[in-house]
Design a binder for this molecule. Structure first.
Ligand SMILES: NC(=O)C[C@H](N)C(=O)O
Length: 326
């Protein structure tokens, strides 16, 4: 008989931290403290804890994400495991979630969660987020929906979710599409599922991808700096529907000539970039120059996607645009 086990892979973050009540600062503690949450999971056994790493999420790297994906895949191949929960710091949680979403082939649920309040703070949200995540990971209706983020009773798709507040427990939101489900006291209720799911081979990601946010009157200094420092791709958070200040154009031309892909997203968090505006620095000109337009991803997620697809581009499939159309 299959065991229907959920494995909780811990990676650190505030859920594995505590507050020094005198200095009001928060710092990492021994990750075994997450084991103290096991009694809350009694009703959902079997649950296994696996302490993978204990880092604040600003210390996460593409290499660690890759190791985490390999580690997680070993569990997903095990027929006794029905789902995975990964605890993670919230600052870069959406990036790890989207990275795994792009690489996972299993239909089994993979859920990321964490906490905004550390373990000894009043109203600590870690235990409830963990219990809700295990419930979602165990629920058969969660299968085949890609990597999920469960936080504050909501279920979000990795592709759309983003951290929107520095301290509020309702920080995770999907600005364009809303949550795809809700965790209630009695059940897991999905209202919709992401239609777009793309998968790429699990190879080490290219960590030399830069990210620039465009702003009024900006020039191309940062683009040249990335090129001079051997970066292999650059994501630009452009203005509005995909336009840039004219002074950024020379750097863009140099990057494209050097076969350094430039991927354009919008710094507005709703909507798409398109080659609509026909003026200097406008989307039409950028498209003509060879800039790749992305598909409603935010800058940090487009960067993850370029890290994951770069090797396909390198291997001669020059048309990166087709990956970013999806
Ligand atoms: N709430 C959190 O987890 C934030 C923390 N700085 C982290 O990302 O590790």
């Amino acid at each position: 008989m299959m065991m229907n086990k959920v494995v909780v892979i811990t990676t650190g973050g505030t859920i594995a931290m505590s507050e020094d009540l005198r200095s009001r600062t928060v710092k990492p503690i021994d990750q075994d403290t997450l084991d103290q949450m096991m009694p809350f999971l009694e009703d959902y056994r079997p649950v296994q804890m696996d302490h993978f790493i204990n880092i604040p999420s600003p210390h996460m790297t593409p290499e660690i994400m890759y190791q985490l994906a390999l580690h997680m895949n070993q569990y997903l191949e095990n027929k006794d495991v029905s789902g995975i929960v990964i605890t993670h710091g919230t600052d870069t949680l959406e990036e790890t979630a989207y990275f795994l979403d792009l690489l996972i082939t299993s239909e089994k649920p993979v859920v990321l969660t964490g906490a905004m309040r550390s373990s000894n703070e009043l109203g600590a949200d870690g235990p409830l987020n963990l219990v809700n995540s295990v419930r979602v990971a165990k629920d058969p209706t969660s299968r085949g929906k890609g990597v999920l983020v469960v936080f504050n009773d909501e279920i979000h798709a990795a592709r759309y979710v983003t951290k929107t507040h520095t301290s509020n427990v309702a920080t995770f939101q999907s600005p364009a599409n809303g949550p795809i489900g809700t965790v209630t006291k009695k059940g897991i209720r999905f209202s919709h599922a992401p239609l777009i799911r793309d998968n790429y081979p699990l190879v080490p990601p290219n960590g030399k991808i830069g990210l620039i946010k465009a702003a009024v009157g900006m020039d191309d200094l940062l683009i040249h700096t990335y090129i001079d420092n051997n970066y292999q791709g650059i994501v630009i958070e452009a203005l509005g529907q995909g336009n840039l200040p004219p002074k950024m154009l020379n750097g863009i031309k140099r990057a494209v000539e050097n076969k350094i892909p430039i991927v354009l997203v919008s710094r507005s968090f709703n909507g798409f970039v398109d080659d609509v505006y026909d003026y200097e620095g406008g989307g039409k000109q950028l498209k003509k120059l060879g800039v790749i337009f992305s598909n409603g991803l935010n800058g940090q997620k487009a960067r993850i996607k370029l890290m994951v697809t770069y090797h396909l581009f390198k291997n001669g499939q020059e048309d990166l645009q087709k990956y970013f159309d999806r």
